[in-house]
Design a protein around this ligand. Structure first.
Ligand SMILES: [Zn+2]
Length: 323
């Protein structure tokens, strides 16, 4: 690990760069680096990032108590501590309010779409956690699970948190996130955002893991895929197994190119025919889609005469189940 004086200089440079790149305004944003098991160097509260100096940095412990430095630690320290607790490989956290990426959350459009190969390969996806009041433990708690699996996470109507094994890696991830949002916005303005084919997504993720990008262990991927299968409303194309980046695959996230929504993966037999796909009444089990009103059809039902589409859906489900 670099010496403390070098780390302080780097934190100052990152803060200035966040302001120069328009990722923060006024007092927004905060930066931290993990020094040792129970020590974190972070920016203090109430300081414009454009004018941060080494005197504006404080050392806190993992319970958020100040150990040294003048001023109070950032009011969003709970977010930083949650990131360090979520993964031992996280050694730095950068939080900012990149405007294009934040605008996506306000518009309700997910950035967790497999659109840019570079993003898929290095970040897998950019999920968004639901809105919570800034500076609260509820917000920090909501970040814990996604940060176990992603290096960049959006917070609804607020900003981004990026993590890395060192400060500059975390910062570059922030730049890449906003750049990806900017490109995607332009594509939206041009009228169409085309996603990468599922097999290419899988290849890019494998490439990312080959080049050392943190990825899921196989056993974790299997567990998470099983969790996904139990969650109502989640479609699971094979490229999405083990990935929960997009929370709304039918409208804004990864979805079938035909925009078909599958209720969820189920162990129940599928009855296929004109007028829709029905779930059979037998073989109820974990992940089955029955509710208080009994078995349900997948939504929306397909129009009559859609045999080709039904065939595609059936193959998609079979692939997900075998994945
Ligand atoms: Zn913030």
């Amino acid at each position: 690990m670099p010496r403390l004086d070098q780390l302080k200089r780097d934190v100052v440079r990152v803060c200035h760069r966040l302001h120069e790149k328009d990722f923060v305004a006024a007092l927004d944003g905060n930066v931290s680096v993990r020094l040792e098991e129970d020590r974190v160097l972070c920016t203090r509260t109430m300081v414009p990032k454009a004018f941060v100096t080494e005197d504006d940095l404080v050392v806190i412990d993992m319970r958020g108590r100040k150990v040294s430095g003048s001023g109070q630690p950032t009011s969003e320290m709970a977010m930083h501590l949650a990131a360090y607790r979520s993964r031992p490989d996280v050694k730095a956290v950068v939080h900012a309010h990149p405007p294009t990426a934040v605008a996506f959350t306000i518009a309700g459009v997910s950035l967790a779409r497999c659109v840019l190969p570079e993003v898929v390969m290095t970040m897998h996806a950019i999920p968004t956690v639901r809105y919570q009041t800034t500076g609260t433990y509820e917000l920090a708690d909501g970040l814990t699970e996604p940060l176990r699996r992603y290096d960049a996470v959006m917070m609804d109507r607020h900003g981004a948190v990026c993590v890395g094994p060192d400060l500059w890696t975390a910062y570059w991830t922030m730049e890449k996130l906003e750049h990806a949002a900017s490109i995607t916005l332009k594509a939206h303005q041009l009228g169409r955002v085309q996603e990468l084919p599922g097999d290419e997504v899988e290849r890019l993720k494998r490439l990312g893991e080959k080049y050392g990008v943190p990825g899921l262990k196989p056993e974790d991927a299997a567990r998470l895929a099983a969790d996904e299968a139990r969650r109502e409303g989640e479609g699971l194309p094979s490229s999405c197994v083990g990935c929960t980046g997009c929370q709304n695959p039918a409208r804004h996230g990864i979805g079938s190119p035909l925009d078909i929504r599958v209720a969820r993966v189920t162990s129940r037999r599928m009855a296929v025919g004109h007028g829709g796909v029905r779930l059979g009444a037998a073989e109820d089990g974990p992940g089955a889609a029955s509710g208080p009103g009994g078995p349900r059809s997948c939504e929306p039902p397909l129009p009559a005469g859609s045999d080709g589409l039904i065939q595609i859906i059936t193959e998609e489900i079979a692939r997900a189940l075998s994945g």
